[in-house]
Design a protein around this ligand. Structure first.
Ligand code: S3P
Length: 177
């Protein structure tokens, strides 16, 4: 069985939606940031602060390579994971890639006040620039769901419907083929 991989900018709901999606499929959920934290024993903020983004990206690549070998996982990636095309290729080999999209307005209202994302420390204009620059990476998803004005359950239902799953216990099509 393929993995289901959630990609998209910070604050689009990858982890929240991913956990709920995994629950409804009775699959395991993993979050690349969480895995990096386990391996390094450091939070994302700490890795950035102590070792810089380059080290974070290299830990991220190792985690992605490992998770890409597994099956039946719902994987929430970090917002920058698929900027590295090697990560996207690895994840796509055994996974269906689901893009989560949200408007800049929704993203800022969800996470603008939080302090756990080093790349959100810049000005609103800098965040918007990053968001725009990354849209072409996220556009490589097999399909995309806009989460801006939807509840978690609505997003999960939409993903399951797109995957061809009509009820939570009946998988009719988990692959793009
Ligand atoms: C990042 C997004 C974060 C985390 C790190 C870098 C990014 O994950 O991986 O702070 O480059 O967009 P979330 O998308 O889960 O916030």
């Amino acid at each position: 069985m393929r993995n289901i991989v959630l990609i998209g900018f910070m604050g689009t709901g990858k982890s929240t939606v991913g956990k709920r999606l995994a629950q409804s499929l009775a699959w395991d959920f993993v979050d690349t940031d969480g895995e990096i934290g386990e391996v390094t024993n450091l939070s994302v903020t700490e890795i950035f602060r102590r070792h810089g983004e380059t080290r974070f990206r290299s830990e991220e690549r190792i985690v992605v390579a490992r998770l890409s070998q597994q099956d039946q996982l719902v994987i929430a990636t970090g917002g920058g994971t698929v900027v590295d095309h090697r990560n996207l290729e690895a994840l796509a080999r055994k996974g269906i890639i689901v893009g989560l999209h949200a408007s800049m307005e929704a993203i800022l209202s969800r996470i603008g006040h939080k302090h756990d994302r080093p790349l959100l420390k810049g000005s609103k204009a800098a965040i918007e620039k990053l968001w725009s620059e990354r849209q072409e990476c996220y556009a490589q998803a097999d399909f995309t769901v806009d989460t801006s004005r939807k509840s978690i359950d609505e997003v999960v239902r939409e993903i399951l419907a797109r995957l061809g799953r009509t009820t939570d216990n009946e998988f009719t099509r988990a692959s793009k083929n």
